[in-house]
Design a protein around this ligand. Structure first.
Ligand code: C2E
Ligand code: MG
Ligand code: MG
Ligand code: MG
Length: 286
């Protein structure tokens, strides 16, 4: 998709597009500077055990602390960064920040010892030849057990490299790093892949959660995904929980973990630290 977009950019270069193209070049240049000046910050969104409300981990979500435009979400820059070849650099800055933060939490807060942080990997990052070695190096440098880190990959990232994907995942998992399939259900949704791939967790995409209270078929789909996951011994996380009704329904179908704005927004590191210090319980068990 990125390739196609890049191509059409040069084939159809109408004057009307000049401005957009210029803005894009400016953004690329700014991104290059941002990588050099390390302007990317990791935000941490709580992931809880739905039945107890207890925090089990965070998802690491990158933000760009832009010097004049404020805090920018990934949608504002990740695609451009990918095309500019900057995603690897950003990805390593994210992983490094997460490892440093985890080490600090574990050094200062006993309640952080069981915590894991889930980091999103792009398809490109996933296939970097030194991915495994560098992740292991990072964990060793910060004296972290592999269980402290989870890696999130989308189905499409896995399908794109289906031949090598299983081998890469196998190595990471043998080392003890858990693997999650992100946005499950929106991509290829090949169930046979789910069975074949060495993974630990699936994250049900927010689109299904949003429709839970309106569309009957969404409930059926979600329930089927949870049952399938359980029979494969996979953890299930519901993404994008925004209402108590959604949480109740996910609990009812046996989904163990959840995250979403109702539970907690992605938080800057200091706020996430407060959550840990206060041992926040996120929603009262029924
Ligand atoms: P994702 O991995 O599926 O992350 C979940 C997204 O849903 C996050 O958006 C999060 O803020 C948002 N979200 C969480 N709960 C709710 C909710 O209740 N309602 C709604 N409407 N949204 C909710 P965010 O932070 O903007 O990230 C968007 C995507 O960017 C992520 O989707 C992920 O694919 C990508 N991304 C984020 N950080 C990184 C990163 O460090 N590396 C890479 N490669 N991709 C990243
Ligand atoms: Mg994710
Ligand atoms: Mg997701
Ligand atoms: Mg998503």
């Amino acid at each position: 998709r990125a390739k196609a977009a890049g191509k059409s950019r040069y084939e159809i270069f109408h004057p009307a597009m000049r401005e957009a193209a210029q803005a894009r070049v400016a953004l690329e240049n700014e991104l290059r500077r941002a990588v050099m000046h390390q302007e990317f910050r990791v935000y941490y969104q709580p992931i809880i055990d739905i039945s107890s409300g207890v925090l089990v981990g965070f998802e690491a979500l990158v933000r760009w602390e832009h010097p004049t435009r404020g805090i920018l979400p990934p949608a504002a820059f990740l695609d451009v960064a990918e095309e500019a070849g900057l995603n690897d650099a950003i990805g390593w800055q994210v992983l490094e920040q997460v490892c440093r933060q985890l080490a600090e939490w574990r050094r200062t807060l006993p309640q952080a010892m069981a915590l894991s942080v889930s980091v999103n990997l792009s398809a490109r990052q996933f296939m970097l030849p030194d991915l495994y070695v560098r992740i292991v190096q990072l964990l060793e440098q910060y004296r972290l057990p592999p269980s402290a880190l989870k890696l999130e990959l989308t189905e499409s990232a896995l399908m794109e490299y289906s031949r090598d994907a299983a081998a890469v995942l196998m190595r990471l998992r043998e080392y003890g790093i858990q693997i999650a399939i992100d946005d499950f259900g929106v991509g290829y949704s090949s169930l046979s892949y789910l069975v074949q791939l060495p993974i630990d967790q699936i994250k049900i995409d927010r689109n299904f959660i949003v429709q839970l209270e309106q569309a009957q078929h969404s409930q059926a789909i979600v329930s089927a995904i949870v049952n399938l996951a359980r029979s494969l011994n996979l953890e299930v996380v519901a993404e994008g929980l925004e209402t108590t009704g959604q949480i109740e329904r996910m609990r009812a179908v046996g989904c163990q973990y959840g995250q979403g704005y109702l539970i907690g927004y992605p938080l800057p590191a200091d706020d996430a630290t407060q959550v840990l210090i206060n041992r926040t319980t996120f929603h009262p068990p029924a």
